[in-house]
Design a protein. Sequence first.
Length: 502
Amino acid sequence: MKTVTHWIAGKPYGDVSGASATWGPVTDPATGEVTTRVAMAGADEVDAAVAAAKEAYAGWRTSSLAQRIAILFRYRELLNSRRDDLAALITAEQGKTHADALGEVARGLEIVELACGLGMALKGDMSTEVSSRIDVASVRQPLGVIVGISPFNFPAMISMWMFPMAIACGNTFVHKPSSKAPSASILLAELAAEAGVPDGVLNIVQGDEVAVNALLDHPDVAAVSFVGSTPVARHVYTRASAGGKRVQALGEAKNHMLVLPDADLDAAAEAAVTAAYGSAGQRCMAVSVVVAVGSAGDALVSRIAERAKTVKIGPGDDPTSEMGPLITKAHRDRVADYVAGAAAQGADVVLDGRGFTVEGLENGHWMGVSLLDKVSTDSDAYRNEIFGPVLCVLRAETYEEAMTIINGSPYGNASSIFTRDGGAARRFQLEVEAGMVGVNVPMPVPVGYHSFGGWKDSAFGDHRMYGSEAVHFYTRGKVITSRWPDAAETASGPDLGFPASR
């Protein structure tokens, strides 16, 4: 059986014989078989990783920006050359199709490329002669040891959203990936070492909440970046910030897609199917709710159902598959329960994905696409993040009623509108309470040089991920006021007054 362990100080770390280690199972979602065992870190492994990062920080923070960028350029090329290998690891442990996994790697590479050009973002400001021979400069400096905690649904991309920007800014990094899909993290670390990242600058600790809490409490950790569920995001934010750490913690989503009667309903239906069922709905940017206004409702539901029935579900390594399995059997059963509960709470089950299976892979974690119409706002299927291939349709008579529904959600990750009316679109983008907004775009994931993050219970902390906000999160500002008298000046006595600005 394959073994995945930690990566600390530039090499594998841990007892691979298993004599003194604690291990967790990693399952192939398409078969239901345990294919890998992953080491589970305790306090000792966390201490070793943080100590390695702290030791490496002394040299890395004073390395030239040119040196860091050169290493990241090499890293980008190595990642690009191994993108198929990385995608294969994602498919084997997360279950998504190979094409989808390649898309994940490409979006991660986008942030590595952003980190390669970070010189412009890290430059400071200077004002000369603010007073007689007094200059003031603003600079940004790294924080120290950064922790990143990433979820199972994007084992490579979210990792690459975090540590390349952090280390480009001069920090060192300890990454705690999901124990459900750990292998991609080790390949990322191996390629970083090959690119020339010094030992200890990037470290990996596998594990569960024991490792997470040890990292949150560690006195040598300066900041924590997290993506996961809202309850855990709130826990990470509360616990780490109580210890004086800087925190960005992204949580759950209930992304709404508002469809007005004047919209291109064929385009809207195609977008809804792609955004709801891609990655088996296991992504925080998935559209999980469509709010159909007025006469758009029946025609839109009919079009969505027609297209959804054609989605080809199968193992991720089959090139004809468009949607793979869910991550675990327990999660599949939880998603199925939401479909059953919605029917009991009055929704029309247009498509029911329960009981779906793939011939020859009956033990896989399969769930067919489900479409629920006329869902109420007080139903469990609407109130909670399902994180599966389930699309809820709510009806509204007017734009105003639809906005009351959308803005009444406790989540504010992303929202989109489909319409031909520019005035309605402009009004929506200003009024909707969400951090990311799409206009005729179902999943408005910002490009790398903008920043990613939501509002309300979808995010905790003041900084978003990647883009310019990542630079501010991974650095802190310092203002330097200096005076260098001319050597020809006559020395004068001390001036005890407050410095004048003129």
